[in-house]
Design a protein. Structure first.
Length: 232
């Protein structure tokens, strides 16, 4: 996606920071809209299409976490890229942001160049994911070959039987190799297959999945304090 085609929603209540972000985004040829609160952001999103949201964590009224969860609760926005911007950079803050549904997390103060690089990267990945979701192609990663239409997994050419939940988790990880997903993000992805799944149950599912994959199970990495990713 070209920058001049991408629409960015900046949700930031501090005027100086909002102006700085907007200035740099416009220079990079993005189309920009600004919201001063979570409530205003949700109004924007309900009435206009956006390609990415930059969301401050500390907002008046509805917090950034609450706003993020509200965005993810909208069926048409479950895959909308969200980058959280905040001065709170402790591990627990990052975990909470990711569990709320954010795709990336940048702490203040930040470099505008790094912010732009993260946006470009996220837009490229989200575009690739959309194409994958719409295609019938087999997802392949190292010795793993996942046939999405036949609901079949081959490991080095050998068929491996997976439960519906295990298949959904592996499919989710294989669509974005290298991306870290919190347990809550994994739960949200497989919801509908097993409504009773909990963060602890995700660990159990991952354990079972690794066991079935054999040596290839090492491709599923644990990111301590956050969640899991498929080795890039």
């Amino acid at each position: 996606m070209n920058s001049n085609q991408a629409r960015i929603l900046v949700v930031e209540d501090e005027a100086d920071i909002q102006q700085l972000i907007t200035y740099n985004l416009i220079r990079a040829r993005f189309q920009v809209s600004c919201a001063d609160s979570g409530e205003e952001a949700l109004d924007f999103l309900a009435n206009q299409p956006f390609d990415c949201v930059l969301l401050d964590l500390m907002l008046p009224g509805k917090s950034g976490l609450e706003t993020c969860r509200a965005i993810r609760a909208m069926p048409e926005l479950t895959r909308l890229p969200i980058i959280m911007l905040t001065a709170k950079g402790e591990e627990q803050d990052i975990v909470q942001g990711l569990e709320a549904g954010a795709d990336d997390y940048i702490t203040k103060p930040f470099s505008p160049k790094i912010l732009l690089a993260r946006i470009h990267s996220l837009l490229r990945r989200s575009g690739a994911t959309a194409k994958e979701a719409a295609s019938d192609e087999i997802l392949s990663h190292h010795e793993l070959h996942l046939d999405q239409m036949r609901h079949q997994l081959l490991v080095d050419g050998v068929a491996v039987e997976l439960t519906a939940t295990e298949f959904a988790i592996l499919q989710h990880l294989m669509r974005r190799p290298g991306w870290v997903f919190s347990r809550q993000q994994i739960i949200d992805n497989v919801r509908g297959l097993d409504y009773s799944i909990t963060p602890r149950a995700v660990d159990v599912q991952i354990f079972g999945l690794r066991k079935k994959l054999g040596e290839a199970g090492k491709l599923i990495e644990t990111v301590r304090g956050i969640g899991y990713r498929l080795q890039e």
